[in-house]
Design a binder for this molecule. Structure first.
Ligand code: ZN
Length: 554
């Protein structure tokens, strides 16, 4: 266009300059050559090469064609046959707390009470006398017998320091006697609404386990953490794992940290930040809306909890837990109050993400969205259910009917399958983590990890999708309800296109097309052609966000 105009002017010197500008304008900042580029676009074929300019894909095609876009300033990567995918997007994580978990006392590897005692005792040696000990990610289901531990276990190693340990799902605390005493929690303290103080069946005294709302009774605060440092730590890990985007829990303050990092050129992935629904009135006053922001940092959905978790017996169920016949979970709201809050968010144009795990919790969540759509119309917002662990058979079709995205974490299935059957019974488990059924029924799936509940590595999720086997034990052989296994292509789609759809950005990312954002992950092995166990050892060779290399293996 520009060249024609200048020709018209007929100024030879200008003409020469304009040719030069055009050549530079058409040349690429970055080209990837000789690869196996899998575009996640339904064509199913590999593309050899890609050219990138100004953060976007400008051409895809054979190496010989793309080579023509190389200028002296172009960065050239010879892929030597490596697989390239759209960068992974984790549709559900807690990025800042994940970063924090990389810094503190983590108990993820502790497979017994004794192991936790050892770590706590070692930590106390580093602390001033009487200072509280905070830890996270203990998982009693890994302990022999999978029994809940008690305050006495911690008193043994810590009589003089309060100890507050968070369960891996963030929904329960394990504390010692001193922490209970300093917080004024005794046998006379009633259970708060939506929570439970576990008690010794003999004495009625608190056992040392606090669930859901009861965790907020603890009055001992962790030392000030530096959220920006937590986020930077998390960014380093995410780049190494091939993540080019995340959907994460956030607050307006955290959002500001992401924006500052973006301005400083230090944000190495795209952030879709969800906010707690409790502050909806403030958002309405200050005009905070879903979708605001840019391609790097965007405001996502409002998050509301309908129930708790399976492991804490707080997931809301139609029928009691099979191994705890007196428990059907804990609703976090009265039913009508829940519907009205979802309705208010919908009416005001917000995307809503509902934490829903038990079959009754999911039923309520779908009811709430259906009611909201009936009252105020389908307004283009794509609501989501976070986790969707146990779905009643009658509710499966409602996901597609209501346009509700199933935001799920495949590793929850393969980590939890060992106790799912005990908790739900075999028959109900046919409705647990039913990726294949949901996809077959026309629902859109978006996969993530729930990090730091599960490790952030997308490879573990992909492996879980195609095997439905526990990553450590390999059990059960052939997979748990193997009819729900996905193909690797489906699994990849729900780690790329699915999350992009869930943030209403599938037209700019989540697949590799000309015009899309240049977000790539280059892998050491071809995931599409290897045996499942090799997925776990596949390494990220290079992570590229908006045409910039944010990680390259040495
Ligand atoms: Zn979560």
């Amino acid at each position: 266009m520009r060249r024609k105009v200048l020709l018209f002017l007929g100024v030879p010197l200008l003409l020469g300059l304009s040719f030069l500008q055009c050549r530079q304008k058409e040349s690429a900042d970055l080209v990837l050559l000789n690869g196996n580029i899998y575009a996640v676009d339904n064509s199913g074929i590999y593309i050899e090469a890609a050219a990138v300019r100004a953060g976007k894909i400008i051409a895809l095609g054979p190496t010989e064609t793309i080579r023509k876009q190389i200028a002296p300033s172009t960065r050239v990567i010879d892929l030597a046959g490596k697989l390239v995918l759209p960068g992974f997007i984790d549709a559900h994580c807690h990025f800042a707390s994940g970063g924090r978990s990389l810094a503190g006392l983590t108990l993820r590897e502790a497979k017994s009470v004794e192991a936790v005692q050892g770590l706590v005792a070692a930590k106390i040696k580093e602390l001033p006398e009487g200072a509280p000990v905070f830890g996270s990610e203990f998982d009693h289901t890994l302990f022999p017998g999978a029994k809940w531990p008690t305050k006495a276990d911690l008193d043994k190693v810590s009589p003089l320091n309060p100890v507050i340990l968070e369960r891996i799902d963030g929904h329960s605390l394990w504390v010692n006697s001193l922490a209970l005493r300093l917080s004024g929690i005794s046998g006379k303290t009633p259970n708060p609404f939506g929570g439970e103080i576990s008690r010794d069946p003999g004495t009625g005294e608190p056992s040392g386990i606090l669930k859901e709302a009861a965790t907020r009774l603890i009055r001992i605060q962790p030392p000030e953490s530096n959220t920006e440092e937590d986020i930077k730590r998390a960014l380093g890990l995410a780049a190494r794992l091939g993540l080019t985007g995340i959907h994460t829990s956030s607050t307006l303050e955290e959002l500001e940290i992401y924006r500052n990092l973006e301005r400083a050129g230090r944000l190495t992935l795209r952030v879709y930040a969800w906010l707690p629904i409790q502050e909806i009135d403030d958002y309405l006053i200050s005009n905070v809306k879903s979708g605001q922001g840019d391609e790097m940092v965007r405001i996502g959905f409002l998050k509301i909890f309908v129930d708790g978790t399976v492991s804490s017996s707080t997931a809301l169920l139609f029928e009691p837990f099979s191994d705890e016949p007196d428990k059907r979970g804990e609703a976090q709201y009265q039913e009508e109050e829940f519907y009205s809050l979802v309705g208010k968010a919908h009416r005001n144009g917000y995307q809503i993400g509902i934490h829903a795990i038990g079959d009754k919790g999911i039923h309520w969540a779908l009811n709430a969205i259906e009611k909201a759509q009936r009252e105020s119309g389908k307004n283009g917002t794509r609501h989501r259910l976070e986790h969707c662990s146990l779905i009643h058979p009658d509710d499966v079709k409602r996901f597609a009917e209501l346009g509700v995205i199933a935001s799920m974490q495949p590793t929850h299935c393969t980590t939890d399958l060992s106790y799912c059957e005990r908790r739900f019974g075999e028959e109900r488990c046919r409705g647990a983590y039913i990726w294949k059924t949901l996809a077959g029924g026309g629902a859109v799936l978006a996969f993530g990890t729930d990090w730091p509940v599960e490790p952030l590595d997308p490879m573990r999720g992909l492996y879980s999708c195609v095997t439905r086997q526990n990553i450590d034990s390999g059990d059960p052989p052939g997979g748990w309800f193997p009819e729900q296994r996905l193909s690797i292509r489906e699994a990849i789609k729900y780690y790329t296109h699915g999350p992009a759809y869930a943030s209403l950005e599938e037209s700019i990312k989540g697949s590799l097309r000309v015009g899309n954002l240049a977000d790539f992950v280059v892998l050491s092995d071809n995931l599409l052609e290897i045996e499942a166990p090799k997925i776990l050892t596949t390494k990220v060779f290079c992570t590229i966000v908006g045409g910039k290399i944010v990680f390259q293996s040495s």
